[in-house]
Design a protein around this ligand. Structure first.
Ligand SMILES: Cc1ncc(COP(=O)(O)O)c(C=O)c1O
Length: 409
C-alpha cells in the first residue's frame, strides 16, 4: 500500500546534471583551476559568473513592488504579453495563420502543457534520440510512453527513421505528436535546414490524411542562433501545413532574457483552422488554471518593456554573448578537428556533444574524465560539453585532453 496514486512511478529522478555539477564544485575546492566544469547549461561569462543581462534586470529592479507582487490580470497572460511574444517569435515572417499564445512557466510549462493536451493516456510521444531529459519525464509522469527517433543519418536529420517510428504508431493511436527541438538543439547544437523542415512537413501532410499530427517545436535556444536575422526563416514552412497538422511552439524567456528563475515563457499554437486552435487553447486555459494558475506579473511586464522600450540595448548585450559563444564553439571545433575527436553535427547553440559508440563505453569514459577533473553530462551515446558556461581558457586544450583520455579506454 502506498499513499501515492496507483500509477505513480516511484523510481527517484536521476538528475544527471546537478549531481555531477556538485561533484565538480567539490573537486574545485581541492584542485581549483585544474577543474573543467562543463556541466552547467546556462550562459556564464569569462569570469565564471552567471550572465544576467543588465538590459533586462536593471529595469526589473526598478519596477514598483506592487507590479511584481500583483497577480497577473489574466491567468493565460495579458493581451499585451501575448502580442509581444507572438511578434517576438515570428518577427518578420508573415504567417497569416490562426494562432493563440498562452503564458507558461518557462519553456518547460509550454512543452508539458502541449504534451498533456494532445496525447491520450497510453499513447506514445516521439522524441529525438538526443534530447533534453524532461520530455521523457513529462511523458511518463502523465502515463504516456515515449519512443525515440534517431536524430541523425550521417550528419543530417534522419527523416527516414522518424518515418519508421511514426508508422509504428499509426495502428496504435489516433494522433501523432513529435518533439522537434530546433534550432540550436540541446544537446548537439544541430539546426535543421529549411529543406529538412520542408521534407518533414510534406511527410506529415501525408500522414495527417488519417492521423492528426502535432509538432511540438521547442525553440528554447533560438535567440542564440549565429544567424539571428534568418533564425525565423524556417517558420515559413508552417504555411504549407495541411489542415490536419498543427504546430505548438514552446518559447523560453529563461534563455532569451537570461532569466531562468523568473519562470516565464509561452506556448504558441498555430494551425490552418481557427476552431482547431481554439480547441487547444480551451484546454490550455484550463490546464494553466489547474496547475500554475498564473505567471509572474513582473516577468511578463518586464519582457514587454525589454523588447519594446529597450530592444536595441538588449539585442546589443545579447549579441556580445552570441559572439562569445561562437568564439568558444569555433575554438572547440577547430581543436576537435585537429585531434580527430568525433562530434555530432554542431551548428550553433549552448552545447556540443562528443560521439560515443555505445553507452557502456560512454559510462567508462565519463568516469575517467572525472578522474581527470573534467565534468560533463552523459547523453545517449554521447558526452555533452556545455560551452555556454566554459570560459575560453578552459576550452583551449580541452579537445586534446578529451582525446588523450579517450585513448586510454
Ligand atoms: C531544450 C530545452 N527546452 C526547454 C527548456 C526549458 O527551460 P525553461 O523552463 O527554464 O524555460 C530547456 C531548459 O534547459 C531546454 O534545454
Amino acid at each position: 500500500m502506498t499513499f501515492t496514486k496507483k500509477v505513480a512511478d516511484l523510481t527517484p529522478i536521476v538528475d544527471t546534471v546537478f549531481a555531477i555539477a556538485r561533484r565538480a564544485k567539490e573537486d574545485e575546492k581541492l584542485h581549483g583551476d585544474e577543474v573543467v566544469n562543463a556541466t552547467i547549461g546556462a550562459l556564464y561569462d569569462e569570469d565564471n559568473q552567471l550572465v544576467a543581462f543588465d538590459s533586462v534586470f536593471d529595469h526589473y529592479n526598478t519596477m514598483p513592488n506592487t507590479t511584481k507582487a500583483a497577480y497577473a490580470p489574466n491567468f493565460t497572460g495579458t493581451t499585451a504579453f501575448k502580442d509581444a511574444i507572438y511578434n517576438w517569435v515570428v518577427q518578420d515572417v508573415n504567417l497569416d495563420l490562426p494562432h493563440s499564445v498562452i503564458a507558461t512557466p518557462g519553456g518547460s510549462g509550454a512543452m508539458s502543457m502541449a504534451i498533456t493536451t494532445c496525447l491520450d493516456v497510453g499513447d506514445t510521444l516521439l522524441i529525438p534520440s538526443f534530447a533534453w531529459t524532461s520530455y521523457a519525464i513529462m511523458a511518463h509522469e502523465n502515463q504516456y510512453q515515449s519512443l525515440t527517433y534517431e536524430m541523425f543519418e550521417d550528419d543530417h536529420f534522419n527523416l527516414n527513421d522518424l518515418k519508421e517510428k511514426v508508422e509504428s504508431l499509426l495502428d496504435k493511436q489516433e494522433r501523432i505528436v513529435i518533439v522537434i527541438n530546433d534550432p540550436c538543439h540541446n544537446p548537439t547544437g544541430y539546426s535543421m535546414t529549411n529543406h529538412e523542415w520542408e521534407e518533414l512537413i510534406t511527410y506529415l501532410n501525408e500522414v495527417s490524411k488519417t492521423h492528426p499530427c502535432i509538432i511540438l517545436n521547442d525553440i528554447a535556444y533560438i535567440d542564440y542562433s549565429y544567424d539571428l536575422s534568418h533564425s525565423r526563416d524556417y517558420l515559413n514552412v508552417f504555411k504549407k501545413m495541411s489542415d490536419n497538422v498543427m504546430v505548438i511552439i514552446g518559447f523560453s524567456i529563461s534563455k532569451a532574457l537570461t532569466s531562468y528563475g523568473l519562470r516565464c515563457g509561452a506556448a504558441i499554437t498555430i494551425a490552418n483552422k481557427q476552431e482547431d486552435v481554439r480547441d487547444v487553447e480551451i484546454v490550455f486555459e484550463k490546464k494553466a488554471r489547474a496547475t500554475w494558475s498564473s505567471i509572474p506579473n513582473g516577468a511578463m511586464e518586464n519582457f514587454i518593456w525589454v523588447i519594446s522600450e529597450n530592444k536595441e540595448a538588449f539585442l546589443k548585450e545579447k549579441d556580445t554573448y552570441i559572439a562569445l559563444l561562437k568564439e568558444r564553439a569555433d575554438l572547440f571545433l577547430k581543436e576537435s578537428l585537429d585531434e580527430e575527436l568525433s562530434l555530432y553535427p554542431y551548428k550553433e547553440g549552448f552545447f556540443v556533444t562528443l560521439k560515443m559508440n555505445n553507452n557502456e563505453e560512454r559510462d567508462i569514459y565519463h568516469e575517467k574524465l572525472m578522474d581527470n577533473h573534467i565534468y560533463t553530462v552523459k547523453v545517449n551515446k554521447g558526452i555533452r560539453i556545455a560551452i555556454c558556461s566554459l570560459p575560453l581558457n578552459k576550452i583551449k586544450g580541452l579537445a586534446k585532453k578529451l582525446k588523450d583520455i579517450q585513448k586510454e579506454i
